[in-house]
Design a protein around this ligand. Structure first.
Ligand code: 5AD
Ligand code: SF4
Length: 446
């Protein structure tokens, strides 16, 4: 190892917000141990990929990326590490097929990472290639004492629980992230206070199944309110809840607390009872719709979004139509629509064939996406002429002459910097004059 300068690490993150958060933990753990970080992978001694295994395309992306690294690795000494869900779930496959990978660390093994990387660098210097691997799942690891190294500046993710015990039949998460465990509430509230002290204006509480949070007498509703009461935090969000754990107290907290955002992401997955049952979602279509009614009657302005899977094992045309009709009925503000992809080890993979042809899956996804785009556009049109509180995030994606931020309901708002100069973290009032299905265009209020 070069003693003059700390080893330079380039960390790339794929997948969900939990992975973004875990990357912040990894940065913190490695910095503590004398590693430095670089955005330039050409200068890196170590390239880490924090991976996602939830769907096939996430998985393929990582493989493509890995093969890109092969050329880099031929040019200079380089340690390549795969972290996260793919490391966990595909440990055998990755170790055999990809001699390119030097370090494998699953989501519960990040404390070992400095040691693993150091050993990999040493063994590379000595010309003997030994793969370093830590992929055991833990029942206890919550990284409670690790302060995440946050980059964003506006939103602070805080994981409140890790793992999942639901075992939805399509989902790999219980296998890659292990059993459900909740962090101590005091540590979470302290983390929110620290984030506020550092100037973060928004906290997003994270968990694979965030609302099944439980620690002693604390349930998720109590935790949410305690975080929202932290002075300096202007907005609190949470993701993703499971519809089975939505007690009245949680709804009451969302409805009544001024700093808890009026947005609920409520994954439905399917609108058909037989498929919901096969998916082990533990609710029926009518129970889900009942919850939506209850939410909307206590908070008519709430923004609802969802996740849907099309083409699950044995899903008939008629059963798919139930999902289509559910989207028409609920009229979500937005929906993430996924083609079912079989994941290794899951209950569905073990029990049923992945028997819906690719073309049919694609047609179903397209039909739902087209429908949802129309509905999202109509929903957004309802904001025309209204004034919204917008939390400024930074430059818009398309042009640095524009800024972007989020409404309380989590809808992206874009405006010209010239008309409203504002810094990330500022809360501003904007009036909506135009919209697309995904964006509200705004200007200063008249
Ligand atoms: N195939 C397709 N989509 C999936 N999801 C989870 N597992 C799968 C899978 N095997 C989707 C679900 C979940 C979201 C995070 O990813 O809709 O809510
Ligand atoms: Fe997967 Fe279901 Fe757990 Fe969500 S609740 S992480 S979909 S098993």
């Amino acid at each position: 190892m070069n003693q003059q300068r700390p080893p330079q690490v380039h960390l790339e993150t794929f997948g969900c917000q939990m992975n973004e958060y875990d990357s912040e933990l990894v940065r913190s753990l490695l910095t503590r141990d004398g590693f430095a970080f670089t955005d330039d992978r050409e200068r890196a001694d170590v390239i880490l990929m924090n991976t996602c295994a939830i769907r096939e395309n996430a998985h393929n992306k990582v493989y493509t990326h890995l093969s890109d690294l092969r050329a880099l690795k031929r040019q200079r000494p380089l340690v390549v590490g795969v972290l996260g869900c793919m490391a966990q779930n595909l440990k055998e496959e990755l170790t055999e097929k990809e001699p390119l990978v030097d370090v494998l660390a699953g989501p519960d093994s990040y404390r070992h990472l400095p040691g693993l990387i150091t050993k990999a660098m040493e063994s590379q210097e000595q010309g003997e290639l030994r793969r370093q691997m830590a992929v055991d799942l833990s029942e206890y690891e919550t990284y409670d004492d690790v302060a995440p190294d946050r980059r964003d500046g506006v939103n602070a993710w805080i994981a409140v629980m890790r793992g999942c015990d639901n075992f939805c039949s399509f989902c790999v998460v219980p296998y890659t992230r292990g059993r459900e465990r909740s962090r101590e509430p005091e540590g979470i509230v302290a983390e929110a206070r620290l984030a506020a002290a550092k100037g973060f204006k928004q906290v997003t509480l994270l968990g694979q199944n965030v609302n099944s949070y439980r620690h002693g007498d604390w349930d998720f509703a109590r935790l949410l309110v305690a975080v929202a009461d932290v002075p300096g935090i202007e907005r609190v969000r949470f993701t993703s809840p499971h519809p089975k754990d939505f007690p009245a107290a949680l709804l009451e907290a969302v409805v009544s607390h001024p700093r808890i955002c009026k947005h609920i992401h409520l994954p439905v997955q399917s609108g058909n009872d037989r498929i919901l049952n096969l998916m082990s979602r533990t609710y029926s279509r009518s129970a889900y719709l009942g919850l939506v009614d209850q939410i909307r009657s206590s908070c008519p302005d709430i923004v609802l979004t969802t996740d849907v899977i099309a083409g699950f094992c044995s899903e008939s045309d008629e059963e798919f139509s139930d999902t289509y009709r559910l989207l028409e009925e609920v009229r979500y503000h937005a929906a993430f629509i996924f083609k079912y992809s079989e994941r290794k080890n899951t209950i569905a993979a073990r029990k049923w064939p992945d028997d819906i042809p690719e073309t049919v899956k694609s047609e179903r996804v397209t039909a739902l996406a087209d429908l949802q785009r129309r509905i999202s556009h109509e929903r957004n049109r309802a904001y025309l002429g209204t004034t919204l509180s917008v939390l400024v995030e930074g430059d818009a994606k398309r042009s640095s002459l524009q800024s972007k931020g989020k409404s309380d309901g989590n809808i992206t708002v874009v405006w010209s910097k010239k008309s409203v100069p504002a810094d990330p973290g500022q809360m501003i009032q904007l009036s909506v004059y135009d919209c697309s299905a995904s964006t509200l265009y705004a200007a200063p209020p008249a």
